[in-house]
Design a protein around this ligand. Structure first.
Ligand code: HPA
Length: 279
């Protein structure tokens, strides 16, 4: 029988070898930047940059607003790697494809994964442009990234998900927000496949099941990162509100604009978080 996971670990190794030969950055922290948040990489001293199309086994991003580059460099003294643009399930990739870069990060030595995304707000305390520190998620994707034969070298068959988002990193992010007077909500992120935005009834359902915001990413990557023992911290930028009774039409353009407007605050938070975890 064909063993997909043998292929995947081999692919991961090939990609890792390719990258290691071309950069002397040895990142301990990885970042995945969501829709409209690419500018987060501005504060970074980029040493090596790869277009996704140039990296063996990397899928190619198909959405406007996702530049599709893998960056290696530093913020202050800290060596990091950044995915400028991510792969989404709605683009037609498999769950294994969209989470492949997380496996590559792990194999490169990354132990903290910082995720960002654009999301619709369902908590009535939120408004467009707010930043939410994700404390937990609800996985509503139709497929699981760990489905299939488990690679024990990577993680457990039945990985614990009691604290996907690191309590210590959450606490640090809150302290940083307080110090810099950045308003920061905490909330539960619902991950769903898209690509259509929610109907009013769907927003209501996601609110009822315990969600504060909803988006089309992050959950598969966070699950794979936790499976591999990485610590995660994730931020949503609220780009539209799914409050039943006042729902406005949503477009991708508005999502990108709202995310871009919130970017300086989020950049500061992320930069400080990286600096504090330089070990
Ligand atoms: N729903 C799902 N994904 C999103 C939304 C939304 O309202 N806004 C930005 N990404």
């Amino acid at each position: 029988m064909k063993n997909k996971y043998m292929n995947m670990s081999k692919q991961t190794q090939l990609t890792v070898d390719f990258l290691r030969e071309r950069t002397n950055i040895r990142p301990k922290i990885g970042l995945i930047l969501g829709s409209g948040l690419n500018g987060l990489a501005k504060d970074m001293d980029v040493r090596t940059s790869f277009s996704y199309s140039y990296i063996p086994h990397f899928p190619i991003s198909t959405v406007d607003g996702h530049e599709g580059r893998l960056l290696f460099g530093t913020i202050g003294e800290t060596e990091i790697m950044v995915m400028q643009g991510r792969f989404h399930y709605y683009e037609g990739y498999t769950m294994q494809e969209i989470t492949f870069p997380v496996r590559v990060m792990k194999a490169l030595g990354v132990h903290i994964l910082i995720l960002s995304n654009a999301a619709g707000g369902m908590n009535p305390d939120y408004k467009v442009g707010d930043i939410v520190l994700i404390t937990d998620h609800i996985n509503c994707f139709p497929e699981h990234p760990l489905r299939g034969k488990n690679d024990e070298a990577f993680g457990d068959r039945f990985p614990d998900m009691s604290a996907v988002y690191s309590p210590e990193l959450i606490e640090q992010a809150e302290q940083i927000a307080l110090q810099h007077q950045i308003a920061l909500h905490k909330g539960v992120y619902v991950g769903t496949q898209g690509p259509s935005f929610e109907t009013p009834a769907e927003y209501r359902m996601f609110r009822i099941i315990g969600g504060d915001c909803v988006g089309m990413s992050t959950v598969p990557e966070a699950i794979v990162a936790r499976h591999a023992g990485m610590r995660c911290v994730a931020f949503s930028v609220i780009t539209d509100m799914g409050i039943v009774g006042s729902i406005q039409k949503v477009s991708h353009k508005e999502v990108i604009k709202a995310a871009g407007d919130a970017e300086p605050k989020l950049s500061l938070l992320v930069k400080e978080l990286i600096t504090r975890n330089n070990k």
